[in-house]
Write a protein that binds this ligand. Structure first.
Ligand code: DQA
Length: 150
């Protein structure tokens, strides 16, 4: 399987960015951990980060033909980007929305996700482990699909 991890705005600042909320790991370290986890599952994993809405949309469109699953942390776009939501809705590859922090326990403007309704599901609040849990969720989903095909 091929997994695409897409990180949205300001996540390139991880490590320095509000470490009390987002932890001390850099994006590079998180991607490295994910890479190792994917390898143990026998999967390939690519990661992409952008601070630009349009570039994230392009990445989602392009992923549709090249990947089996997308792990998406849309950053603050989670809460208001209908364009990102429509991009997720436009593809057939399943998307799991992830957040390092628990968005439901923070500012009220973070409680709502415009992405969640078109995602397979949402994982929020486990720090960098949120991404790894998304990988495990995909492992489970793929196994179930396999059983259904039998
Ligand atoms: C975030 C939560 C968002 O509310 C915030 O704007 C981010 C990061 C998270 O991973 O916890 O940039 O998506």
């Amino acid at each position: 399987k091929k997994i695409y991890v897409i990180h949205g705005p300001n996540l390139n600042r991880l490590g320095n960015r509000e470490p009390d909320i987002y932890g001390h790991l850099t994006l590079e370290q998180i991607n490295q951990q994910l890479q190792e986890k994917a390898t143990t599952l026998g999967w390939e994993l690519d990661a992409f980060q952008s601070n630009h809405e349009g570039k994230l949309i392009d990445a989602i469109h392009e992923a549709d033909t090249h990947y089996d699953a997308i792990i998406l942390n849309p950053g603050a776009y989670t809460h208001y980007s209908y364009a990102l939501r429509d991009a997720v809705a436009s593809i057939t590859v399943p998307v799991i929305e992830v957040h390092l922090s628990n968005i439901h326990a923070r500012d009220s403007f973070r409680h709502h996700s415009v992405i969640a309704g078109v995602a397979k599901g949402q994982i929020s609040g486990f720090g960098s482990a949120s991404y790894e849990l998304a990988l495990l969720a995909f492992q489970q989903l793929f196994a179930l699909e396999e059983i259904e095909r039998m």
